[in-house]
Design a protein around this ligand. Sequence first.
Ligand code: DC
Length: 231
Amino acid sequence: MSARVPVITVDGPSGVGKGTLCQWLANRLGFHLLDSGALYRLTALAALRRNLALEDESQVAAVAAGLEVEFLAVTEGAPRIVLEGETVGDELRSETCGNAASRIAALPAVRAALLQRQRDFRQPPGLIADGRDMGTVVFPDANLKLFLTASAEERTHRRHKQLNEQGMNANLKNLADEIAKRDARDSQRAAAPLRPAADAETLDTTRLSIAEVCNWALMRTRRRLGLPKNS
Ligand code: DC
């Protein structure tokens, strides 16, 4: 799609609240949403279902390249995700799947296989892109690049609350360990490590409410895209 279609990138570590912000912003502006983490989770899930070793780079990359997935818009909340004809929900959001996603995401061939699929989400009237390398690798020419941070403790609490709300059990101590492991893997890998783009605007959300974070992002988006105050 034309590089002129506006794109706003939102990057940051696990549990920082990118998903909530991106869904809200996309909904508010009537923009498309790219949940790039879901593509890595779906690849991991499809690889696990085929009993592949998660370190098998060429096989997992082939799964990523051939991923048969649909994101179906629903009236409110996250889209319904259909993998190979079957709706996937809780399984995709589980920490097991998140960790598997983080492992396969370190493989350069897997990232390369998902690159164009992510760029194809850039459709009019605009895109909100949620991930780890949206501003650095996937959309280096984005109109606006945001980067969210929060303390590891706060992110553990947020993820715990979210999992509980979805009816999934999570032990706080295990969750803290898994988030720490995932942070280390995502930011220390050689291929597209988690880091803010040089031209990103960073916000520490540790002590902020969801509404405050949304408002911060909306104000910057309006200003950058020249949108009216009531948009
Ligand atoms: O955002 P998430 O928790 O759904 O992402 C799951 C994993 O996928 C995350 O630990 C790292 C990886 N990922 C990535 O490497 N690059 C992205 N753009 C998005 C996610």
